[in-house]
Design a protein around this ligand. Structure first.
Ligand code: C2G
Length: 130
């Protein structure tokens, strides 16, 4: 069984997120999403989420491509996670290209997928303010 992991905030879930999750699942058999907690978002990413962690977790767990949702509480947890969950492939959108190549030293395949153009949580918020 090929196990995949990806990380993110996934606030105001949109089709760009779904495109990423679908393509990640197509690369294996079991997809884990490490979902940024509210505290991690606020203190480390300076993101204030519209939906709280439990709401974002519920949404992700409802997606057919997602098999497990775990919390992302620190930038450093990725090496532990890939070992703990016996991950084969680490997948992120290509806005992160190069940032996680260090995981290859753990024998993990690191894959950056093209982002879906035009859509983002930031753009949704901005457009709704107009
Ligand atoms: N994404 C995408 N296309 C978009 C928007 C997002 O492919 N139009 C992808 C991002 O590249 C990321 C995932 O969807 O792989 C989740 O996006 P965010 O919630 O914005 O995640 P981010 O804040 O980048 O958090 O430790 C890593 C971080 O937790 C990643």
């Amino acid at each position: 069984m090929k196990k995949i992991i990806t990380y993110g905030t996934f606030d105001l879930l949109h089709y760009g997120h779904i495109n990423l999750l679908r393509r990640a699942k197509e690369l294996g058999d079991y997809l884990i999403v490490a979902l940024s907690t509210d505290e991690f978002n606020w203190t480390q990413k300076h993101k204030k989420c519209y939906f709280h962690y439990e709401q974002r977790k519920l949404l992700l767990e409802s997606i057919r491509y997602v098999d497990l949702v775990i919390p992302e509480i620190s930038w450093q947890q990725k090496i532990e996670d890939v070992k703990k969950y016996h991950i084969d492939k680490f997948v992120m959108g290509d806005d992160w290209r190069g940032k996680f190549d260090f995981l290859e030293k753990e024998g993990i395949e690191v894959i950056y997928l093209p982002r879906t153009p035009e859509i983002s949580t930031t753009r949704i918020k901005r457009d709704l303010e107009r």
